[in-house]
Design a protein around this ligand. Structure first.
Ligand code: G6P
Length: 615
């Protein structure tokens, strides 16, 4: 989940790589480095530092002084999220080979690195870092006999695990070799230059013409040419993808944090998710990318949902939607369970893999497993062309626009919207009448407005956030559709404010957590005016009786909640099947303002990464 940028061309590589690394910092930000090459046989200049890309820039200023007036036209850069070895200078990438001829940046995990390291040490290599990556640099050196691409391919053939890599050599100052196995690599093509990165957000300011490498591909890139082949050197061709979003969409646009910008984008991101997909006349939805016709949908006996993190909680909402509206039993599992266990995959079932990034390693593994067992797998992804989107080959894109803040916000609400549209499509093929479908579709058309109206509550939510920012523990409770909403609210708070927060089914409080409640432990209750409300009001009363302050997230004008809570956040009225959307938006704002009041680094919470491409 690190960020990689590589450049070859006529312009100054330093500025292009550094600005690309800034854009990729959300993938990892505990150390950073760059390797640059000026001319054949000159040394590679390698500069690395613990900390952020800004720290790297400072170190680079001094390191570049002797080169004043000269231009580097080839280079690779990296921003790291540590897996092997602590985040210090030695473990930062790029890793040079023993003789300094090659430098490597890597994203992923080499599983057999211990064994390879032992063999390399026996052959006289010494290691400067604790990383798995360093073996790649030394293996390339060992395999090199004048053919740069061949040496990298021969080194990669010895690896087990996952990698996205970029390599440069002082012996080939016009070439980048990059390759992928399980970690994304995109190649930006432009006249007279090539920019390679682990994420297109580092490329789009330079070109919108991008090729995505497939697993097992290796690319030889110069400023004029891009040759893609397999490790065995069989040519591979991939279509060029045109990126249709702009860099302004991933800049902060006047907001202090990406997270706040992304929370505020929800009326638009949700409108984009719904655009062209609601069909009121048929009381249904049009999701062509699912590539399922009515008999396919009618014949399904089960839906298996696999996802991680916030996407998992959207998946729990999805389970309820599929069961309530389509009458299809659905199970939702943390995607890692498909690696760790052997969940039953029934014939006539399908998998729905939910992933904002489309790169999450555990979700991808679940997809591969379900495909192996022969069932159709649908992806719900945000990032177009991402690995899960390509691996599934069918599904529904969120079209929510790039999400940069590590804590997922707009992706969640769009995921719920897509799952609701899928449930309507399945439902209409099975048991929903046209009138029922039409009323759901009409309600869905109101979603962007629901989001807008929650955002209007921001001042009131900020005040409450300040009131509770000093708490050390929180509980979030809800039942039915409000249960996953409570879990997601607690996740948002802990991710960005570092306050311990637990999401609980409201009915489960009395089976343990009540023992923890006291004056200093606030409880956030998701209690809009939907079925189950009366019971949750009772649970809130139980909390108040233990002196916990209770913050209700309740429907506007619903006076029945006031006696049961200490404070209240108001959301607009909506049907139960959509209520998770406004409730979670209110929770996002609450978590954001608490984290801000506590001075936390909201877009880059400690120890977390946006895209988790390791197991
Ligand atoms: C990371 C992110 C979360 C995200 C999860 C799943 O943990 O920090 O915000 O929900 O990965 O990511 P995905 O891209 O698969 O939705």
């Amino acid at each position: 989940m690190c960020g990689i940028v590589a450049y070859v061309g006529a312009r100054d590589a330093v500025g292009i790589i550094i600005s690309g690394l800034h854009r990729l910092e959300y993938r990892g930000y505990d150390s950073a480095g760059i390797a640059l090459c000026q001319e054949a046989n000159g040394p590679l200049l390698v500069v690395k530092t613990p900390g952020k890309v800004l720290d790297l820039e400072k170190s680079l200023r001094d390191a570049l002084l002797p080169y004043a007036g000269k231009k580097f036209t080839l280079g690779i850069g990296h921003t790291r999220w540590a897996t092997h070895g602590e985040p210090n200078r030695e473990n930062s990438h790029p890793h040079p080979s023993r003789n300094g001829n090659f430098a490597v940046v890597h994203n992923g995990i080499i599983e057999n690195y211990g064994e390879l390291k032992k063999r390399l040490i026996a052959r006289g290599y010494s290691f400067a870092s604790q990383t798995d990556t360093e073996v790649i640099a030394h293996l390339i050196e060992e395999c090199y006999e004048g053919d740069f691409r061949g040496a990298v391919a021969a080194a990669l053939e010895q690896l087990e695990g996952t990698y996205g890599i970029a390599v440069i050599s002082r012996l080939h100052p016009d070439t980048i070799i990059a390759a992928r196995q399980g970690s994304p690599i995109a190649i930006g093509i432009r006249d007279d230059e090539t920019i390679i990165a682990s994420d297109v957000s580092a490329i789009v300011t330079h070109t919108k013409q991008v090729i995505y490498l497939g697993d097992g591909d290796i690319v030889t890139a110069t400023r004029e040419n891009v040759d893609i082949a397999s490790l065995k050197n069989v040519p591979v061709s991939h279509e060029m993808t045109h990126i249709d979003w702009d860099i302004s969409q991933i800049e902060k646009g006047g907001y202090e944090h990406f997270m706040l910008k992304e929370i505020h984008e929800q009326p638009d991101s949700l409108a984009n998710t719904l655009r062209g997909r609601l069909v009121p006349s048929e009381g249904s939805t049009r999701l062509g990318g699912m590539r399922m016709d009515l008999p396919d949908m009618a014949g399904l006996s089960r839906v298996a949902i696999a996802a991680c993190g916030t996407s998992y909680y959207a998946g729990v909402v999805g389970k309820y939607l599929f069961e309530d509206f389509a009458g299809i039993p659905a199970d939702v599992q943390q995607a890692a369970e498909y690696r760790d266990r052997n969940p039953i995959i029934l014939p006539d079932s399908c998998m729905v893999a939910v992933s904002q990034s489309g790169e999450t390693a555990d979700t991808l593994a679940a997809v591969v497993e379900a495909k192996r067992k022969g069932i159709p797998v649908l992806g719900i992804c945000n990032v177009v062309g991402s690995t899960i989107a390509r691996e599934t080959g069918r599904g529904v894109y969120l079209h929510a626009g790039p999400e940069i803040g590590v804590a997922s916000t707009k992706a969640f609400t769009s995921q719920v919207a897509v799952l609701a549209m899928m449930a309507i499509a399945f439902g209409r093929a099975r048991r929903l009448s046209v009138a029922e479908g039409r009323s759901m579709v009409d309600e869905m058309a109101r979603i962007p407005d629901l989001a807008r109206r929650v955002l209007e509550q921001e001042d009131a939510i900020r005040k409450l956030a300040h009131k509770y920012a000093g708490a050390h523990n929180f509980f979030y409770i809800g039942r039915g559709y409000m249960f996953p909403a409570a879990m997601e609210g607690a996740l948002k708070l802990k991710e960005i404010s570092y306050i311990h927060a637990e999401g609980y089914h409201a009915a489960e409080l009395k089976h343990g957590p009540l023992a923890l409640l006291e004056e200093s432990v606030p409880v956030v209750a998701a209690v809009p005016d939907v079925p189950g409300k009366i019971k949750t009001l009772g649970n809130m009363q139980e909390c108040k009786a233990r002196k916990s302050p209770v913050i209700a997230i309740a429907t506007e004008n619903d006076s029945s909640v006031t006696a049961h809570c200490t404070d209240v956040i108001r959301i607009p009225a909506c049907p139960e099947f959509l209520a998770a959307i406004p409730v979670v938006i209110a929770e996002q704002l609450f978590a954001y303002h608490i984290a801000k009041a506590r001075g936390c680094p909201i877009d880059q919470p400690r120890n977390l990464a946006k895209s988790v491409t390791v197991e």
